[in-house]
Design a protein around this ligand. Sequence first.
Ligand SMILES: Nc1ncnc2c1ncn2[C@@H]1O[C@H](COP(=O)(O)OP(=O)(O)OP(=O)(O)O)[C@@H](O)[C@H]1O
Ligand SMILES: [Mg+2]
Length: 405
Amino acid sequence: MKAMRHISAPSNGLISETSSPAAVDARKHNALKEDRQDALLLGWDQNGTAVNWNPVQSVNPHVMILGESGFGKTYSTSCLIAELTRSHITSIIFDYGQGFTADSAHPTLLALAKPQQFEAARLGIHLNPFEILPSDLHGPLSVAQRIADTLGRVFPGIGIQQNAAIRDSIISLYKEVGIHSQVISSWQKPVPRFGRLRDALIENADDPGRSDRNVFRTAASHISSLFVFDVFRGTGISLPWTDLLRQANPVVIQLRGLEQNLQRAITELLLWNLMGLLESIGPGPLRTIIVIDEAHRMPMGAGSAVEKLLREGRKFGAGVILASQQPEDFTPVAFSNTATKLVFQISDHSSTVAKQLFRKLRTPIAFPVLCKILTTLERGNAFAISNNEGAAIRVATFEERFPRF
Ligand SMILES: Nc1ncnc2c1ncn2[C@@H]1O[C@H](COP(=O)(O)OP(=O)(O)OP(=O)(O)O)[C@@H](O)[C@H]1O
Ligand SMILES: [Mg+2]
């Protein structure tokens, strides 16, 4: 029996191959033995045709996973992480408590992929968001604006004035240590501690000479949890991105137990840091897939880190898997910039999702049939779409993928 052949265009994320149902079992087995650097198994359609995801060769490696609670988003995400490990691609997983810890992840994922756990919530992170990255064209000004915008996106109550207060406070902190936007050589100097941001805001809030001191006070109080938990601290754990990306084992950044806004802020700041590093390495092959299960926790709108990943990530070797329960959790950019989609059962009362998918689908399927499929898929089954081709599939189980474990 020959190993599985992939016969469709390599630029497609989904690759299909038809064969007789009698060959399905043998092919499943062969697929697992084959060195699949490129095509990662998603599952099988009703004819037993293998449906794959090809993040390596695809111009768009991003995946959107949508579906109601309990239908298989985290399970299929875990399967894809294990498949990525087998294909030597590092997954970076932001875990807010949905099942990637050593005591909650699927045993096969743990045994096979050996995820490296980083207890960021408990131990803090040895990373300073004030670091000036090579991609920061305006040095301290770029960093100050990025941090102000990030905090504005994730902490409610930060308006235009508070945004400016945070940005200006950061710029003045840089000046205190001799870092000036016009003096490029000064960008190499040691940056201020991140915790100094709170001090700077409070100093301004306490300055009787300032008519706008209330703006500084409210800005400081809105972002206070960032400093109460002192997440970015010199004594925290290191995230050596370059080394981590060289190994295939998934990297799990544990943010469980932190308040949601804080989780969002940390995720964004870490994503900026990682993307800055990847950009400085330059364009290249797919280096990592970033996994955000429960993606409703993350801002995806204009200017956000997730939006940048979706729009530009592939250029510098990064893809993203976003999973969430509600269609509204995904922005139009997320919807249109994820070439691969796995849609598990959804209620879709007004057929909003069905309409969105149907508009782009090239596969001949009647609209009422698509609506019926999306609303009646059983657990572990999904409508898989890539590059506008779609099929209802049964997601391959861990046992089928990795029979030795
Ligand atoms: N393809 C599958 N094969 C076998 N079992 C599955 C499959 N998909 C899901 N399951 C089972 O269903 C359970 C629920 O799935 P999962 O945790 O992935 O749901 P979810 O969509 O992530 O839900 P939530 O939105 O609540 O997080 C899993 O614990 C797993 O046992
Ligand atoms: Mg889940």
